[in-house]
Design a protein around this ligand. Sequence first.
Ligand SMILES: *[C@@H]1O[C@H](CO)[C@@H](O)[C@H](O)[C@H]1NC(C)=O
Length: 355
Amino acid sequence: MSCLGDQVNSEKMYARHRRVLQTVSLAALLAYSALLAYQTLSRGLVDEEDVLTEKVARRRAPFDRSLHEDPSVAVTSEASSATATLRPPTTVLHDVFISVKTTKSYHRQRLPIILKTWFQLAKAQTWFFTDTDDPEFQLKTNGHMINTNCSSSHNRKALCCKMSVEFDTFIETDKKWFCHFDDDNYVNVPRLVRFLGDYNPREDWYLGKPSIQAPLEIINKEKKHTQKIKFWFATGGAGFCLSRALALKMMPVASGGKFISTGEKIRLPDDVTMGYIIEHLLKKPLTVVDQFHSHLEPMKFIRREILEDQISFSYARNKDEWNVVKIEGFDTKYDTNRFLSLHCFLFPHFNFCPR
Ligand SMILES: *[C@@H]1O[C@H](CO)[C@@H](O)[C@H](O)[C@H]1NC(C)=O
């Protein structure tokens, strides 16, 4: 009996052991699956975090030179560089701040065509810098007219004054690129955005087109000795772009009205002052971009096949001769500067374009 009892007992114990063992292995399996699931999930979460920290780092990078000396930031930037290969930084319309310099006597003459055409492709990103309050155009631009309070005369000080306000307004945004144009420019918005995508806004970029064949030479008569200074500048009338990183470095000599005093010092126009600050003071070179066009070049030589690839266009009237883009389309009586025809060539889906 006792022997049988022992056997039964040991059988019971064996069965109990098995059950315990099964339970333990089941628990282990569950734990393992949970661990796997957690790892997958947390990797996803880390990815999201990386994007965030990268965004913050990106915003902070230009301010914070010691970024890479901070070990905690270094770790996250390493982690984000691992994911960077999967997510190349892309430039979207939202990243660009577009400023258009105008003046009160040109509102009625020049702004309607811009508002009808390319402004429609960058309504939220484009701002008009002028010298008066204009309720009519304030309404037509959805509140995008900025009265700089600068003089409306076309002198150096007034021009530098507007550029100074354009610059300060850009600095206050979270945009990656500052692109300046004049009110006689047509901007090929999608092309501009694609073009900027080739450059890193965290690096120093001054992108534009000079209108002279050699660098400008000026004599600096400061501090008794005279000094010859040579530098390139991008013609304001063709448009140019600055990366945020570069704009932040320019702040000590360009922000809060200092752009005006710098311009006064060298006694040169706004776009030349821009070149002086970037090329001479900061020693950052201008990158020549042929796709920007001012009215200083003959528009008719831009071939039809390459129109789509150009970033900006302009027009001018010299006596009875019009310097305009050569493009078929609307009657010249109705579309003197050819911007309507150019717009319909580039974006035929617009409702006013013939079909
Ligand atoms: C222009 O002056 C008005 C009135 O003083 C002011 O409200 C506005 O902020 C000024 N604009 C700029 C760009 O400083």
